[in-house]
Design a protein around this ligand. Structure first.
Ligand SMILES: CC(C)(COP(=O)(O)OP(=O)(O)OC[C@H]1O[C@@H](n2cnc3c(N)ncnc32)[C@H](O)[C@@H]1OP(=O)(O)O)[C@@H](O)C(=O)NCCC(=O)NCCS
Length: 361
């Protein structure tokens, strides 16, 4: 695959960098909006540039009411990640510039989609509960606005800050399955929307972004810290995968998990019950002892979101609310120096098979 400056995963060292910056520095000191700017522009913004981006984002949350109508027509029990994919597909039809792949317009679309993803995911939760979507707050960042549009009340500063860091941690991850998909679609010179719709499809699988929801289902299934040992050992005997463990690239701790473990602990202390954190730690201990596997980004994000009162099936769409920045950064990079991505298959089938008409088979 071609060169990229967007991010790098150094699997043996457990390092993740975005455009040269270590994820630990960004998670501790930056904001999601600054990171979005960094991914798209290869450098951190000045204050004036950040102000401009924030104002463009603030102007971009609104989605055409017809897109909400499309969402209202979907079954109430539709999976929110599928609702998001359908809504983004519909959005393209209401953007007359969608086929303009120039740098200037593609950046505008990237900013617009980043704000609109927050709107769409929050609205999908309200619509399926028979409620109307809520307009965003003026002068609030994406983390605050997402939680506000989801729940109808302003989040505490603590929760908004913690959620902002979660968005930073999920923003990009080199050529993971969904980003690769986005680049393949963009490589045909299809629109940013088309690339992003493909990426959402790839993200939805349980081996990728779908893992976080399944982590929480597993924790709920286990029920108590005392059940962890037996449950995990039995799962491993039955060759069932424990979601949130293992990684195709990291051979040591996923650096994102280091922060999310702390967030899960903090949320437990805030809600006055560290049960989900304690259970997660025990699962981590047993998985390390039995399989030598480390938790990945999805493991501690699950209990963190659960304790923030977020419904389980929104965890994967929330991943997309963040990853839209990385997907679009890669799409911009792909357009800037495009070449069709066309791998060859390692053909292992037969050749020269004689053909018989259907009535002779
Ligand atoms: C992420 C993942 C797809 C990486 O896969 P991979 O590097 O190709 O590793 P494999 O699936 O080939 O697994 C290698 C070995 O570890 C085991 N393993 C890997 N992840 C495991 C898990 N989460 N639970 C139990 N065993 C696991 C496999 O069973 C296999 O064991 P074996 O050699 O005894 O057959 C894989 O670890 C996984 O499915 N994890 C769970 C899903 C998940 O959390 N996805 C989010 C990723 S950020």
């Amino acid at each position: 695959m071609g060169a990229s400056t967007v991010s790098d995963v150094v699997g043996d060292k457990g390092e993740l960098i975005y455009q040269g910056y270590n994820i630990h520095d960004l998670a501790k000191h930056s904001t999601f909006e600054e990171v979005a700017f960094l991914l798209w522009n290869k450098r951190l913004p000045t204050q004036a540039e950040l102000d401009e981006l924030n104002s463009l984002l603030a102007d971009s949350y609104a989605v055409p009411k017809e897109v909400f109508d499309v969402m209202r027509h979907l079954p109430r029990d539709a999976d929110p990640i599928d609702v998001l994919r359908t809504a983004v597909s519909a959005l393209e039809s209401y953007d007359a510039t969608a086929r303009d792949l120039s740098v200037g317009n593609s950046r505008k679309v990237a900013i617009k989609l980043t704000a609109q993803f927050a709107t769409l995911v929050a609205a999908s939760e309200r619509i399926r509960n028979g409620k109307d979507p809520i307009d965003p707050l003026p002068n609030a960042n994406i983390a605050t606005n997402f939680l506000y549009m989801l729940k109808g009340e302003k989040p505490s500063d603590h929760d908004a800050k913690l959620f902002d860091a979660c968005l930073i941690l999920h923003a990009d991850h080199e050529l993971n399955a969904s980003t690769f998909t986005a680049r393949v679609v963009a490589g045909t010179l299809a629109s940013v929307y088309a690339a992003v719709v493909g990426a959402i499809g790839a993200l939805s699988g349980p081996l990728h972004g779908g893992a976080n929801t399944n982590v929480m289902k597993t924790l709920l299934d286990i029920g108590e810290v005392d059940n962890v040992e037996t449950y995990v050992k039995q799962a491993l005997i039955e060759k069932r995968k424990m979601m949130g463990f293992g990684h195709a690239v990291y051979k040591t701790e996923d650096p994102r998990a280091t922060h999310l473990r702390q967030f899960s602990k903090e949320m437990g202390e805030r809600v006055g019950d560290t049960k989900w954190y304690d259970m997660s730690r025990k699962v981590e201990e047993v998985m390390m002892r039995e399989k030598g596997l480390y938790p990945n980004v999805d493991f501690f994000s699950a209990s963190t979101y659960y304790m923030m009162g977020i419904p389980l099936d929104l965890y994967t769409p929330i991943f997309a609310v963040s990853r839209i920045t990385g997907w679009t950064a890669h799409v911009l990079e792909q357009y800037a120096d495009n070449k069709l991505i066309r791998p060859r298959a390692d053909y292992v089938g037969p050749r020269n098979v004689p053909y018989f008409p259907i009535d002779q088979r």
